[in-house]
Write a protein that binds this ligand. Structure first.
Ligand code: SF4
Ligand SMILES: [Zn+2]
Length: 133
């Protein structure tokens, strides 16, 4: 859970740092920050990104899935549509950039997880198709 939140925070930080350079930005404040989830790497965000991050943190805290998949690949998807869309845009921007912004380990872990999920999904589809054949 903490690792998942940390990756989310880092990615939102990369997105905000790139997209909202001209806006007033300050260290994110939330219950997750108070719980020391981000350690010394508290994301510096504009107000809007900070609210999106806090929404994502809250969803993850109340997630009932165990093991929890990446939210992007979740079959339930508990986010409201506007937040889901925002996260998609944010991840599309930050995913690859995180690899070159000092977060290579976190970015690589996320990509490895995403690829693993896609490979398993493809395997299941192939399996189903072969059974029907
Ligand atoms: S989207 Fe899925 S994995 Fe993410 S918090 Fe909601 S239920 Fe849990
Ligand atoms: Zn921002």
């Amino acid at each position: 859970m903490r690792a998942d939140l940390r990756i989310l925070g880092l990615f939102v930080g990369v997105y905000c740092g790139g997209r909202h350079r001209d806006l007033a930005r300050e260290p994110h404040r939330s219950p997750a920050v108070d719980a020391d989830v981000y350690g010394r790497r508290v994301p510096v965000l504009c107000q809007d990104c900070s609210q999106h991050l806090e929404y994502g943190e809250a969803r993850r805290v109340f997630c009932t899935l165990d093991p929890k998949p990446f939210c992007a690949h979740c079959p339930v998807h508990c986010f409201k549509d506007s937040e889901r869309q925002w996260n998609r845009t944010m991840m599309r921007y930050s995913g690859r950039r995180s690899l070159t912004r000092g977060f290579a380990r976190e970015g690589a872990r996320h990509f490895a997880g995403s690829v693993g999920i896609r490979v398993r999904a493809l395997g299941r589809r192939l399996d189903t198709a072969l059974r029907r054949a």
